[in-house]
Design a binder for this molecule. Structure first.
Ligand SMILES: [Zn+2]
Length: 198
């Protein structure tokens, strides 16, 4: 418990005075998954957060970076012609958080809702079939809390894709944490660690 509180504070202190926009949360940059440059995109300001699953069963030992790259290549290809990977952040089974498209770019969807204004966070895996790992759930809470503070979004706006469109996404084993209120409760608690984030 002690470390949980101290570490973010120490990290924030270490970053204080740096002119960079470094994060107190470990977000793997796009170079980590060898991202292609994005195409021109539609700007937006995120005012709510929507959780997804990637939809394909994920073996926890799979190379998540390769999987993310494949999704980007497919999405930017002739079938979809998207500007970039559809999501703003992705989380693998080991709890690694990856930078997706620019947060100020509206995301993409295969379904019928308009993702403009939504910050899209996806967990790799299919949570109709599998459970989140503990590390993945913890990182989901961390990136949600960080995003709420950083982008000034109320945690009460956090919902699942299926709240907006005809889809099973983000899968019942993830959606249950939204249904029982535990996810938002934990996000509100975790936001305290990011008080210094600007
Ligand atoms: Zn979705």
């Amino acid at each position: 418990m002690k470390n949980k509180i101290l570490l973010p504070i120490l990290a924030a202190l270490m970053l204080y005075g740096c002119s960079s926009t470094s994060n107190v949360i470990d977000i793997k940059p796009r170079s980590e998954w060898k991202a292609l440059d994005p195409k021109p995109y539609k700007s937006h300001v995120p005012t709510r957060i929507t959780i997804h699953h990637e939809g394909e069963y994920l073996d926890p030992n799979e190379n998540a970076a390769e999987k993310i790259k494949k999704t980007q290549v497919w999405g930017m290809g002739k079938d979809r012609n998207w500007a970039d990977i559809p999501y703003h952040f992705m989380i693998d089974a080991k709890g690694n958080i990856y930078e997706g498209r620019n947060v100020y770019t509206a995301g993409e969807t295969n379904t019928t809702y308009d993702p403009t204004g939504h910050l899209l966070i996806t967990c790799l895996g299919n949570f109709e079939e599998q459970e989140l790992t503990e590390a993945q759930l913890k990182s989901l809470i961390d990136i949600l809390a960080y995003s709420c503070v950083k982008y000034k979004i109320s945690p009460d706006t956090i919902k699942g894709h299926k709240d907006y469109a005809e889809t099973l996404c983000p899968g019942k084993n993830l959606y249950k944490y939204l249904q029982d209120g535990s996810l938002i409760k934990r996000v509100k608690e975790a936001m305290k660690a990011y008080n210094n984030v600007k």
